[in-house]
Design a protein around this ligand. Structure first.
Ligand SMILES: [Zn+2]
Length: 282
């Protein structure tokens, strides 16, 4: 299997990194996790046949993870998708996808569907809301989800938090395990999905040396794992390889060198400081 880090950045525009998107290639199947800014351009750069991207797993509803979901829905079709595009994500994913289909891109879809017969007619998109547990088992591979913690300790209204579910995913095939942390800090759900993984693709926003203000310290505690915890998470779970994604924009690599040093203190396995289009064989 091959994992391609299509996008390794976050919400802020970064000339070096697109927003979060990770692709797992299993045979001729291409399974996508998140669809942040630039996902389809990156897939073209990685020479992925766009029609073959299916299904898509969404970790949560921040715009750096779903911002270009419309592009996946439409460009897989324009490039020859024959089957329904399946999208799985936390509660509300179905509503978001249906809103894009019926309220935002309905005219575009009708225009290409009716006006461009060479596209072969619109091919549907189906979204399914999921939570912790088995999500899909194709017989060739299976994906399970765990609930992770992304902002839970922040001062948000309880009514909002009820609607805010964040997931990580565990992909299993050929006796191998690839874990996708999603956006999270250290938590039980992350420990479970990463347990014994051959590869953990882990969000890691900052090195400790970059935690220079209260905003960053709060972020490291409640929102996104950073250099002080990701090595401990990986070691506790017994993962063989750890790939760090979801980086903040940086003007040079000095903080990445520092980050690598920090993580190395806690983790002795294979460490990959992810960049856009990094490929990892599992
Ligand atoms: Zn994010």
């Amino acid at each position: 299997m091959r994992v391609i880090l299509l996008g390794t950045g976050g919400p802020r525009p970064d000339p070096q990194r697109m927003a979060t998107a990770t692709l797992i290639q299993h045979g001729d199947e291409n399974v996508l996790f998140d669809a942040g800014r630039g996902v389809m351009v990156q897939a073209v750069k990685a020479k992925i046949p766009l029609a073959s991207i299916n299904p898509v797993f969404i970790t949560h509803h921040h715009f750096d993870h779903i911002g270009d979901l419309y592009d996946v829905m439409l460009n897989t079709w324009l490039h020859g998708r024959k089957h329904t595009l399946q999208i799985y994500g936390p509660p509300d994913t179905e509503r978001l996808v249906n809103t894009l289909l019926t309220q935002v891109y309905d005219k575009d879809i009708t225009w290409r569907d009716k006006g461009e017969p060479t596209f072969g007619g619109w091919k549907p998109v189906a979204a399914t809301d999921v939570t912790a547990g088995l999500v899909v088992d194709t017989g060739r591979w299976k994906v399970t989800a765990e609930i992770v913690r992304h902002g839970d300790g922040l001062d948000m209204p309880p009514a909002f938090l009820k609607r805010w579910t964040c997931l990580g995913y565990r992909f299993e095939a050929e006796g191998k395990v690839i874990a996708i942390s999603g956006d999270t800090v250290s938590c039980d759900g992350l420990d479970r999905l990463a347990k014994g993984a051959d590869l953990l693709v882990q969000c890691c926003f900052l090195s400790v040396s970059e935690m220079t203000n209260d905003h960053f310290r709060r972020l490291a505690e409640h929102t996104l794992a950073c250099g002080d915890t990701v090595g401990k998470i990986a070691t506790r779970a017994g993962v063989k390889a750890l790939a760090l994604t979801h980086h903040r924009p940086r003007i040079n690599d000095a903080a990445l060198v520092e980050l690598e040093r920090e993580v190395r203190r806690d983790f002795t396995g294979r460490l990959i400081i992810g960049r856009d289009l990094t490929e990892i064989i599992v």
